[in-house]
Design a protein around this ligand. Structure first.
Ligand code: NAD
Ligand code: TDX
Length: 342
């Protein structure tokens, strides 16, 4: 592998992967293809913008002509697909874009890669494809029971990658990562949303009873797991990537407030997310045993570092929290929060 296409490389995890890949693999050319949706942000790539082995292309992974042009122009050997509509609440409000990118887009990438003989394809999937689990941990062979339009559309891409291995013998791999946090995450996801709201002494809308469980994974660990699977994963293989740090939402919220020195009175219990998955939990047995990867960061240390990053980088998030963001905030939270004032 020499020339790697990173689709969705201007987003949160994709840009982390690009920054790390440029430092780790100086002999690779890293090309980003990104549509720059509301979540795509070239500020995330500022640290690498002048690196000689980096190139950026703006375009849609569901547009075959664009994908073909980029693959041919840059003589791409491998694709790592991060591009997605990634927010569950937005998929509840309007699923359309989720089907286009997460389903049709993945198919378009796979099929164009097959046509041009691209050697490798890695699909970044999610623990949400399994659905919710009350006890125990999901393994890679478990059935997929996605519950939101987001997770159903992600399951479609995940399964299509498998089908292209079985049907056409393409070298595809899949990782199913758990809830990821760290610097440069769009402030609609709960960690950067709550941290940046709390910094401005604004209310934190916690869905339902706040007792849902997520398994928290630091973004550098997620990125390194993908790099490991890209290089060492056998064709057709699927790997869970968990943070091994399950926490209740209320406990995470309290931890953030404590770290910031803000009062728990900012917490508001609001109307739940429809179809809200109660608990996500994965076992890392397979990736540990077969590829020797494990999370390197503790929840407390990485979360404290992350909180500090948002404290110190308000230049990054204040300009996001304008325009379309405020429209979305109103749609998602205005009625919920008004209800708590009664
Ligand atoms: P993100 O929303 O921050 O970034 C997504 C990026 O994809 C953006 O840069 C956006 O502009 C781009 N994009 C969207 N539609 C596109 C299209 N049609 N063509 C080209 N580019 C397009 O997402 P993220 O949190 O960085 O997630 C990256 C991937 O990891 C996604 O596939 C997501 O499903 C998966 N994932 C995320 C998490 C998490 O906790 N954030 C956990 C597990 C898996
Ligand atoms: O305002 C909120 N209040 C709240 O209680 C928000 C935004 C979230 N939550 C809860 C819902 C979840 O139980 O916090 C938990 C985490 O929510 P999100 O940050 O929206 O993440 P989640 O829905 O768990 O999905 C994430 O992990 C899997 C990513 O957004 C997905 O892209 C990834 O696939």
């Amino acid at each position: 592998m020499k020339n790697i296409l990173v689709t969705g490389g201007a987003g949160f995890i994709g840009s982390t992967f690009v920054r790390r890949a440029i430092a780790r693999h100086p002999d690779y050319k890293i090309v980003v293809l990104d549509k720059l949706t509301y979540a795509g942000n070239l500020d995330n790539l500022l640290p690498v913008k002048d690196a000689p082995q980096y190139a950026f292309e703006r375009g849609d992974i569901a547009d075959r002509a664009t994908v073909r042009r980029v693959l041919e122009t840059h003589e791409i050997d491998a694709i790592v697909n991060f591009a997605a509509e990634s927010h569950v609440d937005r998929s509840v409000l309007d699923p359309h874009a989720f089907i286009n990118t997460n389903s049709v887009g993945v198919y378009t990438l796979l099929d164009t890669a097959r046509e041009l003989g691209v050697q490798r394809f890695h699909q970044v999937s999610t623990d949400e494809v399994y659905g919710s689990i009350d006890e125990g941990h999901f393994r890679e062979g478990d059935p997929l029971e996605p519950n939101s339009p987001y997770s159903a559309s992600k399951a479609s891409g995940d399964l299509m990658a498998r089908a292209y291995y079985v049907t056409y013998g393409m070298h595809t791999t899949v990782t199913r990562g758990s809830n990821t946090f760290g610097p440069y995450q769009y402030p609609e996801k709960v960690i950067p949303f709550f941290v940046t709201e709390a910094l401005d002494d604004r209310p934190l809308p916690l869905y339902g009873d706040g007792m849902q469980v997520r398994d928290w994974l630091y973004v550098d660990d997620h990125s390194d797991a993908i790099d490991t699977v890209l290089h060492k994963g056998a064709p057709g293989e699927i790997f869970n990537v968990g943070g091994e740090s399950e926490r209740h939402n209320i406990d995470v919220t309290r931890f953030l407030l404590q770290t910031l020195g803000k009062p728990e009175s900012l917490i508001r219990y609001v109307e739940d997310r429809p179809g809200h998955d109660r608990r996500y939990a994965l076992t890392n047995d397979k990736i540990r045993a077969e590829l020797g990867w494990e999370p390197a960061h503790s929840f407390e240390d990485a979360m404290t570092e992350t909180v500090r990053w948002y404290q110190q980088n308000d230049w990054w998030w204040r300009k996001i929290k304008t325009g379309e963001y405020l429209e979305y905030y109103k749609r998602q939270y205005a009625a919920r929060l008004a209800e708590t004032e009664k």
